[in-house]
Design a protein around this ligand. Structure first.
Ligand code: SF4
Length: 277
């Protein structure tokens, strides 16, 4: 059962949160997903400088169908680990900070988990936040990109798309899912000239094959709408969650990438004309 003291705001997404929506009847969960009147959120965090431009308020959704071996938030995999939150309450959380967000050239980011697991809630929340005049960002693995219409994507100022690896077989082994829907969303956003950042997690021994990274770089460069590439170094901050959740963790012996390998990966993106950090 949820801790009675659990609030929607967290100090960081690395707080372990489970079973917050476990008491909700299955039919209510289905209705919430279908209407988007209610969503399931791991938490809100404020003051993030790493989840989009400027300072961000971030809503972390629960629910993800991928099983990335390096995921640092496996407690967000299960939808009902999240706290059921009405769309009005979620919008109000952003409204509280709207003036500061605008002043600091920041905005609101919906991340997860995978936000488009709750695509009606995501669409409703982006519409509400956009109407406040606040910059909106979606962080997604792209798999369910076809669940939002073009008009709904127009309420999203920036899509931060995670591309995990390039080779399709390696992608399947790493995430459990096919890469093609992710690439299809990238092409669709490019065709509509919608701003996009690419996020890539560099994991020694898993995603650090330079030819493979070169494949992502060439693809990203071909799109024409990629404003930035973020090379994110693997870390062990989520390890305790795997252990606490009793899920086998295969990267216990994996060290963070060296500064040199991070720079080499960034260079591959820069070599094809992209801005990479
Ligand atoms: S897509 Fe993101 S939330 Fe889902 S398993 Fe992968 S890293 Fe975790």
């Amino acid at each position: 059962m949820p801790d009675a003291a659990t609030t929607i705001e967290a100090n960081s997404p690395f707080e372990l949160r489970v079973n917050l929506g476990a008491g909700m009847p299955e039919t209510d969960v289905r209705t919430a997903l279908a209407t988007g009147d209610m969503g399931f959120l791991h938490s809100f965090t404020t003051g993030s400088a790493v989840d989009g431009p400027g300072v961000r308020v971030v809503a972390w959704t629960s629910g993800c169908m991928w099983r990335c071996r390096y995921c640092h938030n496996p407690d967000t995999w299960t939808l009902t680990n999240g706290l059921p939150v009405t769309i009005a309450r979620a919008a109000e959380e952003v409204r509280k900070y709207r003036h500061g967000l605008k002043t600091m050239s920041g905005g609101f980011t919906l991340s997860g988990g995978e936000p488009l697991m709750q695509h009606r809630f995501a669409a409703n929340l982006f519409a509400a936040v956009k109407a406040m005049g606040v910059h909106t960002t979606l962080e997604t693995n792209g798999y369910f990109g076809d669940r939002l219409s073009d008009a709904e994507f127009d309420n999203i100022d920036l899509v931060m798309l995670g591309i995990k690896t390039w080779d399709p077989d390696r992608h399947k082994a790493l995430t459990g899912m096919d890469i093609e829907p992710t690439l299809a969303l990238a092409r669709r956003l490019a065709a509509r000239h919608r701003p996009m950042w690419v996020r890539f997690v560099l994991v020694p021994g898993l995603t650090d094959d330079m030819a493979d990274i070169g494949g992502i770089a060439a693809f990203a460069a071909s799109l024409g709408n990629v404003e930035r590439v973020e090379v994110l170094p693997f870390h062990q901050m989520g390890r305790y969650k795997w252990e606490r959740l009793g899920i086998e963790y295969t990267l216990g012996a994996t060290a963070p990438p060296t500064d040199t390998s991070i720079e080499e990966a960034c260079a591959l993106f820069r070599d094809v004309g992209l801005t990479a950090y």
